[in-house]
Write a protein that binds this ligand. Structure first.
Ligand SMILES: [Zn+2]
Length: 287
């Protein structure tokens, strides 16, 4: 290669470097490297499995009736409606037999796909709430990084673990399902079957509780899109009824294959890449 060509190459390099270095928003960033929400009005964009969040806010790491676990993952951001929902739920249970709940992942500061773990939780409307055995204590933040809870379902997925499951869990899920902004809640089919068995006459919340693989040590709450947020993609309408007759599909039909608890994902496992709505590009690039 000639010296002239080298000079040309280096001036081209300087030119391109100036174009893409900080100061220009042209470079796409990975969602999990963005540390702050965007300013401006809240907007859940796309769906929980392919979306992002503008104008998200951080859930304070503890408050009456709740405490965030694994805060170092920085997934405690959500749509302001989700933050309000969690704080209201905490206020309802403080002083009851449960007293406090452990709150797991919400979303990253701007939502979007995660580097490991969930495929959903992308548009600021999802939160995991742990099913803690007994009455959990308020724990120091350091301990909340490593704390774990046992599954309330047996490993083969066919039964509830009676020594772990309690009426408090059933009450917590029913309280969590009642607010009108809740679209659906995912629990293991064995938990849904137990709720069907014990719900009694007042079961109008039960149709929102949907059987889903895993979800045996926590339940997953999903809020509906806020009215007027046109970029938010609503989920499929739920079938009518309390959903209890579907349980036969899981325990006596082909759904049996979905019962065993999934093995833990290997560290570093990446959820599949998904195509995001176009407006998410603006969200991740915003200052
Ligand atoms: Zn979840």
């Amino acid at each position: 290669m000639s010296a002239g060509c080298c000079r040309l190459c280096s001036s081209l390099l300087v030119f391109w470097t100036l174009l893409i270095l900080p100061g220009t928003p042209a470079q796409a960033r990975d969602w999990w490297t963005v540390r702050h929400p965007t300013a401006g009005p809240p907007q859940a964009v796309g769906s929980p499995a392919a979306g992002c969040l503008a104008g998200g806010v951080a859930l304070p790491l503890e408050g009456p009736g709740y405490q965030v676990v694994r805060a170092s993952r920085e997934r405690y951001f959500g749509h302001p409606r989700l933050i309000r929902y969690i704080r209201d739920l905490g206020r309802q249970i403080v002083g009851s037999t449960l007293d406090t709940v452990y709150v797991g992942d919400l979303s990253q500061p701007r939502g979007g796909p995660m580097s490991y773990g969930h495929a959903s939780h992308q548009n600021g409307l999802d939160v995991d709430i742990w099913l803690t055995p007994g009455r959990p204590l308020m724990q120091p933040a350091r301990l909340r990084e490593t704390i774990d809870v046992p599954s309330v379902v047996t490993a083969d997925g066919t039964a509830i673990v009676r020594t772990v499951w309690s009426n408090g869990h059933a009450r917590l899920i029913s309280l969590a399902a009642r607010p009108p902004e809740v679209d659906r809640i995912f629990v293991h089919p064995a938990i849904k079957r137990e709720l069907c068995r014990t719900a009694g006459g007042n079961r109008d919340w039960l149709h929102k509780v949907r059987p889903w693989r895993g979800h045996s040590a926590h339940f997953h709450v999903r809020l509906a899109c806020a009215p007027g947020e046109k970029d938010c993609l609503p989920g499929r309408p739920l079938p009518p009824g309390d959903g209890c007759d579907e349980m036969d599909h899981y325990f006596n039909g082909p759904g049996r294959a979905l019962l065993p608890l999934p093995k833990e994902l290997p560290p570093g496992h990446r959820p599949p890449r998904v195509a995001l709505p176009e407006s998410c590009t603006g969200v991740v690039k915003a200052p």
